[in-house]
Structures are given as C-alpha cells and as structure tokens.
Design a binder for this molecule. Sequence first.
Ligand code: ZN
Length: 257
Amino acid sequence: MKPIIDSHAHIDFPEFDNDRDALFLQMRSVGIENVLIPGVSADKWQRQIQVAKQYDCYYALGVHPWYSESASTENMSDLRGILKLRKGDCRLVAVGECGLDKLHKSNFTTQLNLFKEHIHIAMEFDLPLIMHVVKAHEEVIKCLRTESPHRKGVIHGFYGGPQLAQQYVNLGYKLGIGGLLLNDNAPKLQQTVAQLPLESFILETDSPAMTPKSSQNNRNTPLILPEIIKKMANLQKKSAVRISEQTFFNVSQLFDL
Ligand SMILES: [Zn+2]
C-alpha cells in the first residue's frame, strides 16, 4: 500500500499535547506517513511551525474565516513576511485554511475581503489554497473564477452533492474527503464519492474535530483514515489499494510534496 497522507489535521492543537509522540508512532506504524497542518489564526502560526519541524510534517499558514474579525492588516503583512522568509522551506506547502462560512457570526464582508487577500497571497507565492467553505459555495466559486489562482487548491471537509463537486473539479480543484463520509446521514457526500472520478479527491480528518458518529472517542485522530479509504473503496467499487495509491498521487501533485 502507498503511504497515506492526512491533508488536514490540526495536530498542533493542545488536544494532542499529552500524546503527540505516541500518536505519530502509531500513525506511522499503520502507514499514515504524514499530515498537513493547516493554519487557523496568526497567534498559532509559530507553534504550528515548531510542531511541523519537530515531527517533519507539512503545514500551511492562513486565517480561518471564524477568526476573520480578529485578523488585522498586520497579520496579513506578517503572513507575507513569513512566506518570504520561508521560501525554501519544503514543509510549507499551501496558504490556508481560509474561506467563507455563512453559518458563523463573523461579518460576511470581512470574511470575503480576507479570503480574497489569501487568494492574492497564494498567487504571489505560487502556492495552492486550503479552503473552508460552509453555505457559501456560490461566492467562493465566483471568487475562484474571477481571481483564477494558478496553483488551485482543495475544498476541505467537502460535504456537497455531485453537481456542486463537479463545478469545483471543472475549475481544477480537489475535494477533501473526511470522517463525514462514515456518517450514514451524509447521502449527498456518498453520491459525490461514488460518482466523481477518483482523481478529484484527497483524504483528510480535520482532527481533533469531526469525530465520526460511530466513534467512542471525543477526539478525532488521523488513525481513522484507513476506515475512510475502505468506505471510499466500497462507494467507488475499487480496491482499497487503488484508492490509497490514487489519493496519494493526488495529494502529492496538488501540494508538490
Ligand atoms: Zn480545519
């Protein structure tokens, strides 16, 4: 089996402070070779860089839409500064997570301006985008069409149906598929995974969030990835080996790993 990469895990969060060493050992013993740690807010960037260095992980820097109201113009110039400084850092592979979330109380115009700023930064530094999109697909698709970032990116934690998925795929974007797929009340997502070409997907868990309903734990970890692969294999009517090979290829290609 090809190694597995979790393209979205907040492994820098304090939820993992007590057993991060053990978790990485366990992950690597079952073939989960690496994780990509997405950025959330400026105050967490240094800790993220430190964890990524210590465990030899990939990372991305950005401001999640939930934190858009507390993000300052200095944060964005700091982001440019760090990206310039770390131009040769092969672990820094994307800008994000960033995006739009209509279920969150943050002012939508503020979110939109910050999202566009992230797209511009991704274009300046020749990096792909990691996007968080909730109930704002029309606006995100419009931004991506207008700005047309050349390295494209991923819609992480994708939950939509095949039609919406196809719109992103037609624009050159990947869909991040995670623990939601294991919940039986996500029929639209299951249709998407069954119908779209395997080239459209990368794997993720969004750990420690998004714990599958079937799980006994209240913390999600990358260790659920083999279960997601198995479910994808069933829906795609392909072998688990084929799923892991293609998704490994997809993630490597998108982030130039
Ligand atoms: Zn996330």
